[in-house]
Design a protein. Sequence first.
Length: 742
Amino acid sequence: MITFVLYFKVLETTVTLITPPFTQLNTPYPATAYIKGFFNTKSIACFQSDLGIEVILELFSKRGLVDLFEYIKLHNGDFSENTRRIVALQHEYKATIDPVMAFLQGKNPTLAHAITQDVFLPQASRFNQLEELEWAFGAMGIQDKAKHLATLYLEDLSDLIVETVDANFGFSRYAERLGRSANSFDELYEALHQEPTYIDQISLKLLEKIISTSQPSIVGFSVPFPGNLYSSFRCAQWIKKNHPQIKITMGGGFPNTELRSLTDVRVFEFFDFITLDDGEAPLENLVLYVEGKILQEELKRTLLLKEDRVVYINNPLKRDYKQAEVGTPDYSGLLLSEYISVIEIVNPMHRMWSDGRWNKLTMAHGCYWGKCTFCDISLDYIKVYEPVAAKQIVDRMEALIEQTGETGFHFVDEAAPPALMREVALEIIRRKITVSWWTNIRFEKSFTKDLCLLFKASGCIAVSGGLEVASDRLLKLIDKGVTVEQVARVNKNFTEAGILVHAYLMYGFPTQTAQETIDSLEMVRQMFEMGVMQSGFWHQFAMTAHSPVGMNPELFDVIKINTELGSFANNDLVHKEKSGAQHDKFSYGLKKSLFNFMHGVCFDWALQEWFDFKVPRTSISPNYIAAVLEQDVLPIYKPTNKVFWLGTSPQLEFYTKTKKGRTFEKASMLFYTKKNTLAIDTDKVIGEWFVDLVVKLNEKASKTLTYQEMKVDFEAYCQEDFEPFWYSKTARDLRSNGLLIL
């Protein structure tokens, strides 16, 4: 049952930042924490709340279920057999919900033993899939198995809620349909003038507590996704009615992409302001404006209502803040210990989005590539690339560990730059801090085996990146800057280093043929079968107004259907291809096959079996990816490449070896690793040189040696050419055990 102990004795608040229902169950969406961290640097009092997790905790509690089942009883309808079963077992659900939620919060780990027994959890239709997944539990520990079963239990209750009290409910989205492709505000406006839904009533009750406690002069709603939109309007509506003196603003991913051309004045019956793009400067000026310290004309990237029309004000004299100036995200005030970890899919990579608490950070603002033709690269949040210094990133990591007690980090970059990732990894290693981290990348060829080993040593556990269409022709049309062959090799480097790989996959890109769709599926199948990809997700191409495809559709043989701007949301563009291709029919087969591949099964199925209509036979050789990965590509080192040693300082043991009457002085280099003791035999002088090299590398930890400097040092010390040594078994053994060239 939720409590509000964190709300007492809050200082007078200028701004209250709210993430409306629903976003994530396992960790806070970071936008409000980013802004609160910035406000700290400006001494602006700020309170924050993730209203979504608070609603979930209220709903999924014994008290919440008592109220829910009473409501269902009073509004009895012609329900499905599944709902009737859950209602009949309501006392079992009421008795188990609080212990299960505590278990998912990590507070009641011993309950796992009870959960994994068939007699503890009431079961409805979601448990029907257990027969299909029973084989997977052999690889799962008891905690993970219990977490997956508890997730199915919650999903059964979610199905109950959807059927009986609120069809718009979803754990990570609410009334998403009302916010997707909503060129007109009419449908959302009409919904807001209906009686509040069951979920609305819970949300507004909790909102009342937040407002009463924080006493804000400004409330800011962060709306990252369409599934947050309706709730933000419903909450703003309540504030307008009950606290008309409070100014209300909206920011976040949804308005940044969808509301840039907003003209519907009715939106401002709910909100006073909408700010676009990076929120720091616009919100600072908004605070100053509300306090009467600046004029309206001095607002930054702000939409508002003036003389009965929507106007956009963007003060050119107000500069945006550099990433070094925005402060460290501040999660204080959020219910960090109350988030729940769920496992919807047993795949070890796929589950990371819903399992575990992750501190969210960014290594760089924007995208260093910024060319992909399907992406909104014309918008500043992608177009303006600005990296943060590695030392400052790790400073922020240490500050968040101190604040939250969590050592897991998800860098939510558009695409983390390889060079900066390297510097961050080195800084983590230099400071000897223990963290786990993962991030989004492009499958750059610069992700060498050595670089991936460095990431692993620093705590990197996973990466996600866009393979997209898995077709070289289409990847070139997208201007992705990678090939399928390159992606496979990079994935192998990550996988062999022990880092999980997730691929974002796309179908339906303009001009894509049925043959290319099936060939893409075959490429994906082979990568899973070869074990160089652990997780993936197919999504259908969507043409957006701010992407090169949306701005120049004629270059991609597509026709825009909605050429007129709507008065509300304008980003997703309805379109059709000149070829008349219907890509959506592939959706089910692509996703079903991928689900099975992620669980390591059905690789031997013919691709036709995934579809209920005839598809072309793949033109890809059945061992294409295997052949690519078997090619032994020798690394090419530049003189300026950096040399790193991840191992311990070796101990030398000398001995002599006699062969054909000649005596050789030899050395055995002993390395004590976490797992075992490694011995590498070599010539005495080489052993002495390498011990000396390790000393130099440790001494120059802040300024590493280059490959050329190591070569010169070897030849001066050993009085022999470097190349024969570098390609010898001794050097290969050293490179396999911590000698990296980056």
